[in-house]
Design a protein around this ligand. Sequence first.
Ligand code: DOR
Length: 429
Amino acid sequence: MNFLLQNGRVIDPASGRDEVADVLILDGLLADLRPNIELSAERAATVEVMDVAGCWVVPGLVDMHVHLREPGEEYKETIASGTRAAVAGGYTAVACMPNTHPVNDNAAVTRFILDRAREQGACRVFPVGAISKGLTGENLAEFGELRAAGAVAVTDDGRPVMNSLLMRRALEYARAFDLLVISHAEDLNLSHGGLMNEGPVSTAQGLAGIPGSAEEVMVSRDLILAEWAKTRVHIAHVSTAGSVRLIREAKQRGVQVTAETAPHYFTLTDEALFGFDPVYKVNPPLRRPEDVAAVKEGLRDGTLDAIATDHAPHSMLEKDTEFEYAANGMIGLESAAPLILELVREGVLSTAEAIAKVTCHPANILGIPAGTLTIGQLVDLTVIDPEHEYTIDCTTFQSKSRNCPFHGRKVRGRIELTLAQGRKAFARS
Ligand code: DOR
């Protein structure tokens, strides 16, 4: 629980810090942060000293969108395995989606997740409750009860709230409980039957398409409702140029909107589907190159505040099947960091901007105490070697699932150490 990290480049966007310094952790608490910390001989005997020269020392990463699958689908992931995957990927706080079995639409499930995370989790878990009971889109869940039990936000993620009146009520009630509403923006009538992005590739493949407008129609609706009700709304997994434009324009008008995208929407296009490999099947689907460019531009100009993984584990049972029948989703926790660093090397984001999109920005959106290095607090911290080159090998992942579209990709930037709540949660051996 006592560590001295020497000579790392400490980057903490929330405080504007970017300097080579030492970081001292005593009893799990961040004790000191400055260049050349000297230890007395007596103290040194109790402290694990690590030279991290050449590495970045950043606040523990925050993923505001993961599926941990527990309760109910423990063969895909558990809170234990999902948080082990998180810390291996540099994350120390994850917000987990409510599409579990049973659905997290009540205090008992929220409490179960928090208890399990406390007992078995490798890092902090922040449960997200359902907007509608059973995710059926019919009746609102009890937001006050969910909030009191520890939910930080509500969403029907995996499904949209198709009923606009219910979404209006959700936004109004959520405001009363200071809960963030996260929108899975999809018009089910427009996406109905679609298996991939609608465009030349879906035509060539003979697969039914999901048009970008299926997302954009619902982004528009939720922006209108949030503006009208004077509430905030967060748009999940933004994938199209049109959505980026709509959110940008809404922000300019003063609508309280925040938005996230995921690494697969700025690194992969629908052309990946040419081989009919279900590992690339995800909802919303991989889009056209011009959408990828717009998502990057949205990240660059701040339209897209956060990068989340949408870590969506599935077993071979759901994925190793005909494309039509395969489940949507990709795992992401253990491959995200080097893909985000690609944005820095491409000049899309500065180093501090990239770190902010996975630390203080998502923490602020969720309203959770995370995403920055604070003296005197239990430390959540990640050490990244930005230059280490390697090939992603999902067979070595901590996640129980293997649906990783980046398996075999050559990347640069590796997680070396993760301290979660003062404990060594992951260390590269
Ligand atoms: O691809 C997806 N998978 N998109 C979602 O919205 C849900 C997720 C899941 O739960 O598997």
